[in-house]
Design a protein around this ligand. Sequence first.
Ligand code: SAM
Length: 238
Amino acid sequence: MKVTDKITITNEDNMELMARYPDNYFDLAIVDPPYGIDVTKMTLGNAKNKLKSKEKDWDIEVPNELYFTELFRVSRNQLIWGGNYFKLPNSRFWIVWDKNNGESDFADGEMCWGSFNKPMRIKRVNWCGSACKHETGKNKIHPTQKPVALYKWIFEKYGKPDFKYLDTHVGSGSIAIAFDEMLNVWDLAGHDITNAELTACELDKDYFDATIKRLNNKFGNSYTFDDAPDNQTNIFGA
Ligand SMILES: C[S@@+](CC[C@H](N)C(=O)[O-])C[C@H]1O[C@@H](n2cnc3c(N)ncnc32)[C@H](O)[C@@H]1O
């Protein structure tokens, strides 16, 4: 489904998506696969701030070797969130996302493996309490939703205005909002964005529908999908 003329998001398995593309088609893959920690069944935070999400099974296992072979086939460079959970080549380049969680039960951050020969970087984007709610509203639409500001920083720092980008696990679609904002920045700065595009997919129909709704609201689109439930903004069942 085209969300804008430069963003396409489909509801399918990423192996099906990648199979349609030739070697090195994408300049940069920015992906966030399951870490294999069964996150949807975790009760996060302290007793006061429990976030019990609707249980699903997508985070039981990490992607298999075939996934990584295919990912490295279709893309020239890769940024892989949760790289510390996967068997990846040694790299001097990592991004550490510092969530500024303070003294809490939550992890201080997350790690992203990168294929670039560049120095590692720490990026602080607050994602605790009101900082998160400021962006997501009362309810996140996805249990592992990442901040738009984090993706925007990635595009700014490691992307280029004429790149083709791939996200094989789009989740809440934060990457799409960041990409759209970055296109405006590049365009206003006089860069040629003619070739820029983001191709992404999400396997889970609930997440996919909620994400398309989020993006349609954001971009003012009137796209519809056949069987979307009216009450899909809160898919955590609470
Ligand atoms: C860690 S989450 C991504 C979160 C996303 N970065 C965000 O900011 O919202 C991983 C997502 O991958 C999806 N997924 C798992 N296996 C998949 C597959 N084979 N193909 C496509 N999506 C898949 C899951 O449903 C889940 O939504």
